[in-house]
Design a protein around this ligand. Structure first.
Ligand code: HEM
Length: 213
């Protein structure tokens, strides 16, 4: 089997495997909730776990395109939409845990959090940015918007990822190692894109002698 051009059957199996893998965290939480094994603070456990998986899947989905460029495995792009929808799924669970279990629709307290707690101030718009991306993730919307506009809109995912990392960084009180790891990985992924973009514009990273824009 060639990994460069696997046949459609293999890709279908890979998609099923990725789908099942992405379901593991939510199934794990569901089972833990059912057997009452979420620990001393179940709401905190649910919020933290769904937040962690939102950011992890977001970075995984941002890895697809650089990995495709490095390996030439174009079929990887066929996993991107599913991964993106899983990001939205976990982000919605994260937000709903906060809205329903943590705050129970206490709108005044929610507005207060958005204004007063910096990590919520960035987390909230980061979540909001995911909504237009999820709504326009189907072929009909790509056609309706046109490829260029659709691509431009979906660049919002970079802002959302930066917002997610800042949100994590600001909420951690002591050990910064996890948010730092996410920040480094995101810088790598965005840096890779920057290099490709500059190459496309024919702008060298280190200006050569005689180079003109
Ligand atoms: C309306 C939007 C959001 C709200 C209200 C929210 C709220 C929260 C809260 C209350 C916590 C737990 C804080 C603590 O226990 O001290 C948390 C953790 C977290 N959130 Fe969010 N969040 C939002 C959006 C997001 C988004 C969009 C992402 C990712 C892109 C994200 C990623 C995380 C991560 C990684 C954690 C920490 C997980 C861990 O401790 O391992 N959040 N969030």
């Amino acid at each position: 089997m060639s990994l460069k051009k696997p046949d459609n059957k293999i890709i279908a199996w890979i998609k099923i495997a990725v789908f099942l893998l992405a379901l593991i965290p939510v199934l794990n939480l569901g089972i833990s909730a059912y057997i009452d094994n979420l620990g001393a603070n179940p709401i905190e456990k649910l919020t933290r776990s769904t937040g962690f998986w939102t950011l992890t899947l977001l970075l995984i989905s941002l890895t697809v395109s650089p990995l495709r460029r490095l390996t030439g495995w174009n079929w990887l792009m066929r996993l991107r939409r599913m991964l993106g929808l899983f990001v939205f799924f976990y982000a919605s669970l994260h937000f709903l845990t906060y809205l329903l279990l943590d705050q129970f629709f206490a709108w005044a307290s929610i507005v207060n959090d958005i204004v007063k707690r910096p990590y919520i101030t960035v987390g909230f718009p980061a979540f909001m940015l995911l909504i237009p991306l999820a709504v326009t993730s189907n072929n009909r919307m790509i056609k309706l918007l046109g490829g260029k506009r659709w691509l431009l809109l979906h660049r919002l995912v970079y802002l959302c990822a930066v917002g997610g990392v800042v949100h994590y960084w600001w909420l951690v009180k002591k050990d910064l190692s996890n948010p730092l790891t996410f920040a480094l990985l995101l810088s790598l992924l965005l840096g890779f894109r920057l290099i490709y973009w500059l190459r496309g514009l024919n702008i060298p990273l280190i200006p050569r002698k005689g180079w003109q824009p």
